[in-house]
Design a protein around this ligand. Structure first.
Ligand code: MIG
Length: 644
């Protein structure tokens, strides 16, 4: 059962697809306070209450005990002190002896979620603008609440089948021979691969929908040749459009008035990779139609997948903020800088990026209304995703295209997937990757994954291998890294054969993983669930933060610690452990419910199959198209014994 309560004048966000009547009564469960146009929702939490939700956000699966902020932010340092990253998924689930319900705050502006941060027994949720709809969702289990919620927000995006293959990416690939070489290195060594991402270096001066004709003299031929090898190329598209006369995307955008504007009616100028840029007003349908159509320039060459970046939107500086910084610098130029002025100078420049003042400088048109950007900030990336997805549908409605975005809002889950942004090559980020996956699923984002191996910082061969062992289960399985970090394609490492073998596990399990994904997507279910969802009366299971249920039959428990040769695992019920070294080399151990220390050498990864269930395993293949979905072994612990 879902009930809706409105505050102020809610702005249409597009998150919800089902129109519900507005209740006149007060919101249940919360004490509500309206003050200075803010709305605050307060709820007492019992000692045992668990809080789930918030999709792509930092910290644990149980969100209780910290402060989070809905404010889509380009932040490449995912440390525990951060309250926001790239997405705002304002769903919370409260579960305890006295309460079981979900609440969705459909608010496109800034919100604060103080979940026992100020006071351990109290959650205070604040809408800063006070214009929102609140949905209270009740059902008899956490899984059922999420299903109801999906009914409210609509069905999840379906990527093409090949997008479940392994994808290699790196910021820096910049030419036809370089891309071909990455593919060759994989194919020569029989390392499975289905896609290669092209980062901003394929463009000319970072202009969207352009490609460097010298580096890629015949993109169409490259796409054709790659496709013959069962490889798809996946170029990046950034939100900002370079300010440049003679560049048609810019010219048309200006001529048709498609960019966001300042109060004086002039287009807002902010700098990103291409330097000074304009920002399409994706909230307008005509702008989406235009921008979504631009992707056809690349689709005409044979491209079938994209990733949308910098759509929080990220801003390096605006004309105004950089002018202010220079003014500070001019003033301090001849000073003997002390502790205060030296930092003031630094802060003046650091503060130009993703600056709150800038987000208040420009406006959108939403349903004929002019709305200042900060009021709807969290929608920007979602509407860029929607623009692209609608463009793909118009281009070829019979085909599924790959699309994943950095920024998102609930609603974008109908149009594309997400990646978890700029993580680091840190062991703690394997765990963070694991913890975000079920939370994203609660909010409808099923096709997701993190940069395997880590984006920033230098990876190591053991970190890479352990991270791939989690990546085996993540729908988007992409190795991506930043420019100037250690190269981390599998073939760069001394232990590349172990990595290749782990990749065969992905392809062996792919029939199962793909079908569980489709099942979740088509029945509004979850592919990843916290253990608390499946074992709500098991107090130990309810607090497990480093194991996750997968599909209807499995549990995963990756190793995420440096130098570990095993890990502790809690089995809430009898399970069969499959200890994989490759898709053809594994051993099986039936294990009764309980606590275990499990030995896992660096090249070994476990999968736990619930007793009485079976999981199919295919023969290894080097690309998704090559998997024989009819020649399957069944792994399981049945009454008759263990099947192999
Ligand atoms: O400011 O395109 O998150 O995946 O490699 C950095 C370069 C811009 C951020 C993305 C990352 C990508 C990078 N981009």
């Amino acid at each position: 059962m879902i009930r809706r309560y409105d505050f102020g004048s809610p702005i249409h966000t597009g998150a919800v697809v089902r129109e519900l009547p507005v209740e006149n009564a007060a919101v249940p469960f919360f004490a509500t306070e309206v003050k200075d146009s803010q709305v605050r929702f307060t709820i007492h939490m019992d000692a045992d209450d668990l809080v789930f939700g918030l999709g792509e956000s930092l910290r644990g699966i149980n969100k209780r005990g910290h402060l989070y902020r809905a404010w889509n932010s380009d932040d490449f340092s995912h440390t525990e002190n951060k309250a926001s990253i790239y997405a705002s998924h304002n769903l919370l689930l409260f579960s305890g002896k006295e309460k079981l319900f979900g609440v969705y705050f459909d608010d496109p502006g800034a919100m604060e979620f103080d979940l026992g941060y100020t006071r351990g027994d109290t959650a205070v949720i604040t809408s800063e603008n006070g214009d929102l709809s609140v949905y209270i969702i009740e059902a008899d289990s956490l899984t059922a609440i999420c299903k109801e919620f999906r009914g409210l927000i609509g069905r999840s995006y379906l990527p093409p089948k090949w997008a479940f293959g392994y994808i290699q990416s790196r910021w820096g690939y910049s030419s036809d021979p370089e891309v071909r070489n990455v593919v060759k290195e994989h194919r020569d060594r029989h390392i499975p691969l289905d896609g290669v991402c092209m980062d901003i270096d394929y463009m000319v001066d970072y202009k969207d929908f352009s490609w460097n004709k010298e580096a890629f003299p015949d993109l169409k031929q490259l796409c054709t040749d790659m496709k013959e090898e069962n490889i798809r190329l996946i170029p990046i598209i950034d939100a900002g459009v370079k300010q440049l006369e003679g560049y048609d995307t810019c010219d048309v955008g200006l001529e048709k008035d498609y960019f966001v504007k300042k109060a004086d009616g002039k287009p807002f100028v902010g700098a990103v990779w291409p330097g000074r840029s304009y920002f399409p007003d994706f909230l307008r349908e005509d702008v989406r139609t235009w921008f979504g159509g631009e992707y056809s320039k690349l689709m005409d060459e044979g491209i079938e997948g994209f990733w949308n970046d910098m759509n929080e939107p990220a801003l390096f500086y605006s004309e105004e903020s950089i002018a202010e910084a220079f003014a500070v610098a001019d003033k301090l130029r001849n000073e003997n800088l002390d502790i205060h002025s030296a930092f003031a100078l630094k802060d003046a420049f650091n503060g130009t990026a993703n600056n709150m003042e800038d987000y208040r400088r420009f406006y959108h048109e939403v349903d004929g209304q002019t709305i200042r950007h900060d009021k709807i900030h969290n929608l920007y990336g979602a509407y860029m995703t929607r623009a692209a997805a609608e463009g793909f549908r118009r281009y070829d409605s019979s085909k599924r295209f790959l699309l994943f975005s950095r920024a998102s809002f609930v609603g974008a889950h109908r149009y594309g997937g997400v990646w978890q942004g700029d993580n680091s090559s840190w062991w703690s980020h394997i765990k963070l990757n694991l913890q975000m996956l079920p939370s994203l699923n609660m909010c409808g984002f099923l096709y997701s994954g993190a940069d395997l191996g880590g984006f920033s910082c230098n990876t190591t061969e053991d970190l890479m291998l352990r991270w791939l062992q989690l990546g085996v289960f993540s729908p988007l399985m992409r190795n991506h890294s930043a420019d100037h970090t250690r190269e981390q394609e599998v073939y760069r490492f001394a232990n590349w054969e172990d990595m290749r073998d782990i990749l065969t596990v992905r392809y062996g399990l792919l029939p199962y993983l793909y079908s569980e994904f489709m099942k979740a997507a088509l029945s509004d279910g979850m592919y990843f669930r916290p253990l608390a969802f499946d074992y709500p009366t098991d107090d130990v299971a309810c607090r497990v933060e480093d194991q996750v249920m997968l599909g209807s039959d499995c549990m995963i428990a990756p190793v995420y610690e440096q130098n570990a040769r095993g890990r502790h695992v809690y089995l809430p019920e009898d399970m069969l452990m499959v200890r994989f070294r490759s898709a053809t080399d594994y051993d099986l151990t039936p294990m009764e419910a309980g606590h275990y220390w499990i030995e896992l050498a660096l090249n070994e990864m476990p999968l736990f199959i619930r007793r009485g269930h079976v999981v199919p395993l295919a023969k290894p293949a080097e690309y998704v198209e090559g998997i024989d979905f009819t020649d399957l072994r069944l792994l399981g612990w049945l009454d008759e014994g263990v099947t192999t």
